[in-house]
Design a protein around this ligand. Structure first.
Ligand SMILES: Nc1nc2c(ncn2[C@@H]2O[C@H](COP(=O)(O)OP(=O)(O)OP(=O)(O)O)[C@@H](O)[C@H]2O)c(=O)[nH]1
Ligand SMILES: [Mg+2]
Length: 326
């Protein structure tokens, strides 16, 4: 390994819905984190490793930082701030949305609070202005100026995580801020998330996409059974193994049994839908994305269950696989 090799952790930090998970997936080139148009989609810390000849960056996607009410949301915000504390470099994401010339450009209250937290850490922090595909160009510079006045950013990078604009440049720039060190992970490793965890998340993603109001925030998915006895060869989430481009057709069969938990009977009725129509749609969409992930045919059995107030207690969080001890 050459002397100039760099490596370290970079935490993706920001308000809900600014595109942190979309950026993680774009950087790594795999769907490691679920994405939805609704805020508070990500609930855990998600590792995505990018390895290049000149260095390795371990990115950490985190839940959006917001004024948290209730144990689940408090846990999410804690996870995000902890990831920032543990990182070598912080990527602070904002969204540059705006189509009106006369729009007021300012740092909102929520973002100001996040910056107050980041200031305590004294880490090299990069301002990543996302969604530039969706902004009037004249609004961009004033927006960057407003943020620069609030915080001594090491760098400012406008990107479109959705379209990929400037994402490579962002990687190069973040790598330059990393310490000189050897790689922390094997070069083929993309994530430490188990397949089962990704599968549960892909199912939750479809629940988020198909439901409205409070249902997304009350939904959790638990895998009861993951039967690989008829699977050809397990494919761990590794470079070149899971991308659609390098994969042929589906082989073998994986049988998955999962429960979607909600907090009330009324929510259960919504997720099931008329004559089971909603659950069927959720299942079909989830199965397609799980098949792409596993490279295998998938038989997916889904049930909807009520766990009253699970998001309100440490025991409830633990039951859904959200560790509440940190
Ligand atoms: N137009 C546009 N939309 C984007 C871009 N990046 C993300 N989005 C959209 O913004 C929404 C939120 O994206 P996510 O990646 O889930 O956002 P997040 O910051 O991870 O959200 P939380 O997990 O809730 O904190 C989705 O509808 C994305 O498709 C972008 O560069 N341009
Ligand atoms: Mg997210």
């Amino acid at each position: 390994m050459s002397l100039s090799y760099r490596s370290g952790f970079a935490a993706l930090i920001g308000r809900p819905n600014v595109g942190k998970s979309t950026l993680l997936n774009r950087l790594v080139g795999e769907k490691l984190a679920i994405v939805s148009p609704k805020p508070q989609t990500t609930r855990s810390k998600i590792l995505g490793v990018v390895t290049r000849p000149e260095g390795q960056i371990a990115f950490l996607d985190t839940p959006g930082i917001h004024a948290a009410k209730g144990p689940l949301n408090k846990l999410m915000v804690e996870l995000a701030l902890q990831a920032a504390k543990d990182a070598d470099v912080v990527l602070f994401l904002i969204e540059a949305a705006g189509k009106r010339e006369d729009q007021v450009v300012e740092v909102g209250e929520g973002n100001r609070l996040v910056l107050t937290e980041l200031a305590k850490l004294r880490k090299p922090t990069v301002l990543v202005v996302n969604k530039i595909d969706n902004v009037l160009k004249p609004l961009l510079l004033p927006l960057i100026d407003a943020y620069r006045k609030e915080f001594p950013f090491a760098e400012v990078v406008p990107v479109s995580a959705l379209e990929g604009d400037n994402v490579e440049a962002l990687f190069d720039l973040v790598l330059k801020l990393m310490p000189q060190a050897e790689a922390m992970y094997p070069p083929e490793m993309l994530t430490d998330q188990a397949e089962k965890v990704l599968v549960a998340e892909y199912i939750r993603e479809q629940v988020l996409r198909h439901t409205r109001q409070e249902v997304p925030y009350s939904a959790a998915v638990v895998i009861n059974d993951f039967d690989e006895s008829e699977r050809d060869t397990p494919r761990p989430v590794k470079k070149g193994k899971t991308s659609q481009a390098t994969r042929g057709g589906l082989t073998g069969l994986v049988r998955i049994d999962a429960s979607i938990f909600v907090e009330r009977d009324s929510q259960k009725a919504i997720v099931i839908g008329k004559g089971g129509s909603m659950l069927k749609e959720i299942g079909t969409e989830a199965r397609k994305s799980i098949e792409r992930l596993l490279g295998s045919h998938v038989f997916l059995a889904l049930q909807v269950k009520v766990a009253e107030g699970w998001s309100e207690s440490p025991a409830g969080l633990a039951k859904m696989g959200y560790p509440s001890d940190r």
